[in-house]
Design a protein around this ligand. Structure first.
Ligand code: SAM
Ligand code: SF4
Length: 459
């Protein structure tokens, strides 16, 4: 969501006459978009702001702004704490940013704008910037959250849940697709409740409309809340041929006692039942999740329940976090806090267990041929230059199940034609690593057919 919001910020400031630079030293305006989901994210934001003090001394005309969730949470307090800061703007002030910066330029004043509007349409769809031609983009379909999980700060810093109008979402995706985007990820804190409050389309109806967009090859979404995850969405994985074979379904804990204290509104049994139904319909679906260790009061028995759930589900991947007290979140006031040492120990146990499943799932793909969309050169190699082993450029892409696949350009059979970002490449998987797969391309196609991972075939 922050990536998407940063893109909106960049688009807004471009319209106001600013250009992006990759050099901090060259910048006349620095805007820090922040996250406050855990204390560590917030600390990082403040340490970065601290670094900017020296820059501002050297360049007094520099304008420094902070936006996002830390800004929303702390408001005017940040101006006191950071004397070289010019602007604090909240999560719903992005559309006012050019006016706020204009005022600072003209009057050299300091401003705080953390007003909440609850309008999910910040402004017109973000045009794709010409210098960046990604094939995959995020699209926010709803903002805020009404679920109030007791550990979570989101409802307090992002406001109440509100959904964008489907026409605006479709228009935005079409704009992206016209500029070469092949895959979009729809974003919301709980996509299952999309449009319900406003009486708009249901989420699966929205997915069906997105599916009809010509030129778009793949659809992903995040996040579905297990309490609302239902058969209608399970069916969409079968009926919507652009919907990828992956779901992120955060469970947070395997202990019913803790799930209740977290206000998650489902039990371990209900979660397992939904996973079973999902796998019944889509046996090859990849399931990933979020887990919190060390929630206040978490006993050894609670933690064992979490490990037991992991053994039963065998997730494809897991984001695991040590519980962190957040301002306003009720769990901050809960007793029986777990020590940092114990949290860390539990995290290591959990990650070690997950590693076995991630490895197992990745190894199961060895020998199969996976259709991926070539996204560009892999991280290690951002240009087409030769790499260490003197092979040609190393490409990267993802399977429908969201697993990273890398391969050498030189391995593409001669009669396959040219490769460029956005092409569908069929890659035979040779090796499985902890976080990626390695393979040999066997064919390149340019149509959307056979994109779903479950149609992979043995070679
Ligand atoms: N809306 C999503 C859901 O309901 O699962 C989650 C969104 S939250 C931005 C991302 C993840 O951060 C959560 O799933 C949770 O695991 C983690 N998280 C949130 N608050 C946390 C806290 N106070 N301490 C540790 N992890 C936290
Ligand atoms: Fe936070 Fe819960 Fe909302 Fe997710 S559903 S954003 S965890 S309050």
């Amino acid at each position: 969501m922050n990536v998407y919001d940063s893109e909106l910020i960049a688009v807004q400031m471009a319209a106001a006459g600013y250009q992006q630079t990759s050099s901090l030293e060259k910048a006349d305006l620095v805007i820090l978009n922040t996250c406050t989901i855990r204390a560590k994210a917030e600390q990082k934001a403040f340490s970065f702001l601290g670094r900017l003090a020296r820059m501002k001394k050297k360049k007094p005309g520099l304008i420094v702004g902070i936006g996002g969730c830390v800004a929303q949470q702390e408001g005017a307090k940040i101006l006191k704490r950071v004397p070289h800061l010019d602007l604090v703007f909240g999560t719903q002030a992005i559309d006012r940013l050019p006016a706020l910066i204009g005022k600072i330029e003209a009057k050299r004043c300091r401003i705080v704008d953390v007003a909440m509007s609850e309008n999910p349409e910040l402004f017109d769809p973000a045009p794709v910037q010409q210098n960046q031609r990604p094939i995959s983009r995020f699209v926010t379909i709803m903002r805020g959250c009404d679920n109030f999980c007791t550990y979570c700060v989101v409802p307090y810093v992002r406001g109440r849940e509100s959904s964008r109008h489907p026409d605006n979402i479709i228009r935005e995706i079409k704009t992206f697709v016209d500029s070469g985007v092949k895959e979009i990820t729809l974003l919301g804190q709980n996509v299952n409740s999309y449009g319900k409050k406003e009486g708009l389309l249901s989420f699966t109806e929205l997915l069906a409309r997105v599916q009809r967009i010509e030129g778009l090859l793949r659809i992903r979404f995040t996040t579905s809340h297990p309490k609302d995850f239902d058969q209608e969405l399970i069916n969409a994985f079968q009926s919507n041929d652009k919907l990828c074979n992956h779901i992120h379904l955060p469970v947070q804990s395997g202990s019913n006692r803790l799930l209740k204290r977290m206000n998650r509104k489902y039990t371990k049994e209900l979660y397992l039942d939904k996973v079973a139904k999902l796998r019944d319909t889509c046996p090859e679906i990849a399931i990933t999740s979020d887990m919190i260790v060390g929630f206040p009061g978490e006993s050894d028995a609670d933690f064992d329940e979490t490990l037991d759930l992991m053994r039963k589900v065998e997730f494809d991947g897991l984001f695991a976090f040590m519980y962190s007290d957040r301002p306003n979140a009720p769990a901050t006031r809960f007793k029986a806090k777990i020590s940092e040492t114990q949290k860390s120990e539990r995290l290591q146990i959990l990650l070690a267990l997950q590693e076995t499943y991630t490895k197992k799932k990745n190894e199961a793909l060895i020998g199969s041929v996976q259709p991926i969309i070539a996204e560009g050169f892999s991280k290690k190699q951002s240009s087409g230059s030769l790499n260490e082993s003197n092979q040609a450029a190393q490409w990267t892409g993802r399977t429908s199940t969201n697993k990273i696949v890398n391969f050498y350009q030189d391995d593409i059979p001669g009669n396959c034609g040219d490769i460029f970002a956005g092409k569908i490449v069929h890659v035979k998987i040779d090796k499985a690593y902890a976080h990626s797969l390695w393979g040999k391309p066997v064919a390149i196609e340019s149509t959307a057919e056979d994109l779903k991972g479950e149609k992979s075939y043995a070679a």
